[in-house]
Design a protein around this ligand. Structure first.
Ligand SMILES: Nc1nc2c(ncn2[C@@H]2O[C@H](COP(=O)(O)OP(=O)(O)OP(=O)(O)O)[C@@H](O)[C@H]2O)c(=O)[nH]1
Ligand SMILES: [Mg+2]
Length: 376
């Protein structure tokens, strides 16, 4: 019996060795692509697209996860909109005072600083537009009392969100300032479609999945077999505290895919979001993105590594440029307030940060990504 055991043990060992060898070969064949970029630039979105197009898509368990994320995004966004309206207009809501007598017990909001800075930034009439009418008190109270943003979208919750989003001008006015208070653009899409996503049999479709905003923590990796090549793509978190972990994934990188949001030049970085009066010209997400790019280029291990610069969110930029010039982040820009010249300027600016001329530096726009997978 002992002999029989050791025979089967031998076979198992040989199988394991074969598997390890296979993995090793696979690993050396795989091009390791590391997705880097500031928080919210679109790394995970790119990863999700790759998975949908070149992977096996998202399974039921993953879809369930996205559903919870989307529900969470809706609740978090509406709560933030209400809180900001209330704080700016110094309008406490009865019944939700905490021990410190702050309107909503939200430690992150510094009321005094906010109202003082707002007096400089906005006129009283402008501030008044954020006053939520009394008729919405019940909805505000209901939504603010929800603890844990992962709550399911009940029928009642959907009704309250719909009422505030569709009928309350103050909430709409505050949403216009989403760049300063950290509300994702895609929340409008989910608010508009709240009935569909609140249904009990709701399953996120591809568009919902791509638009869901989820701040990555740690790292997710996946292998993609495209034509004869194997790509191992790593998606990491881009927020400041997440960037400290990047160095652990730098080993054996074939190329860095550095993602930049074209639309972030008037957005306040998530970590700096404290109030409506934040001065976006002092520090905005584009300046943050530039700094992260410079720091990444400087890493010793990346001196010979190829970079692909991905400019993302062109659709949002096309709209934004009509209202906001890029001089927010690029004061030396003297061109017209138009999409193409502004994007040209931004891309040239990023390219100019590369001080190692022999390092390969490709420029890509999101929709062109198929071109880069054909590159190797
Ligand atoms: N309209 C539009 N939205 C986009 C585009 N790319 C990304 N987004 C949205 O931008 C938000 C942030 O994108 P993510 O992919 O989560 O950003 P990230 O770089 O992974 O962010 P972290 O995980 O925090 O580092 C999501 O809600 C996306 O749906 C784009 O090209 N167009
Ligand atoms: Mg991410």
């Amino acid at each position: 019996m002992g002999g029989c055991m050791s025979d089967s043990q031998d076979t198992t060992d040989r199988n394991v060795e074969r598997e390890i060898e296979k993995d090793k070969k696979q690993d050396t064949r795989a091009h390791k692509l590391l997705l880097l970029g500031a928080g919210g630039s679109g790394k995970s979105t790119f990863f999700k697209q790759l998975k949908a197009i070149h992977g096996e898509g998202h399974n039921d368990r993953e879809k369930e996860g996205f559903k919870r994320q989307i529900h969470g995004q809706v609740v978090e966004s509406i709560q933030l909109l209400i809180r900001q309206c209330k704080t700016v207009t110094k309008d406490p809501l009865p019944g939700i005072k905490d021990e410190d007598d702050e309107p909503f017990g939200n430690d992150d909001l510094d009321d005094a600083r906010l109202s003082n800075s707002l007096k400089v930034e906005m006129t009283e009439t402008e501030i008044a537009q954020f006053k939520i009418a009394k008729e919405f008190d019940q909805s505000c109270q209901y939504l603010l009392e929800i603890h844990g943003s992962r709550s399911a979208l009940t029928e009642q919750l959907v009704t309250h969100v719909k009422s505030l989003w569709n009928e309350c001008p103050a909430i709409q006015a505050m949403f216009e300032h989403r760049n300063k208070i950290g509300i994702p653009d895609s929340s409008a899409f989910f608010f508009n479609d709240i009935e569909r996503i609140g249904r009990s049999d709701y399953t996120p479709d591809h568009k919902d999945i791509v638009l869901a905003r989820y701040r990555t923590t740690g790292m997710t990796e996946k292998e993609f077999h495209i034509k004869d090549a194997v790509f191992k793509v790593l998606d990491v978190g881009g927020q400041r505290n997440e960037r400290k972990k990047w160095i652990h994934f730098f080993d054996g990188v074939t190329a860095v895919l550095f993602v930049v949001s074209l639309t972030c030049y008037d957005e306040v970085p998530f970590e700096d979001v404290t109030d409506l009066a934040a001065d976006v010209t002092l520090m905005n997400s584009m300046l943050e993105s530039i700094k992260v790019f410079e720091d990444t280029l400087d890493f010793e291990c990346f001196q010979k590594t190829g970079f692909i610069l991905f400019f993302n969110k062109a659709d949002l930029m096309q709209e934004k440029i009509k209202r906001v010039p890029i001089t927010n982040a690029f004061p030396n820009y003297k061109g017209p307030q138009e999409f193409k010249p502004s994007v040209d300027y931004i891309s040239k600016y990023f390219l100019s940060l590369n001080r190692v001329p022999e390092r390969e530096m490709l420029l890509r726009f999101f929709f062109e990504y198929v071109l880069f997978v054909n590159y190797w």
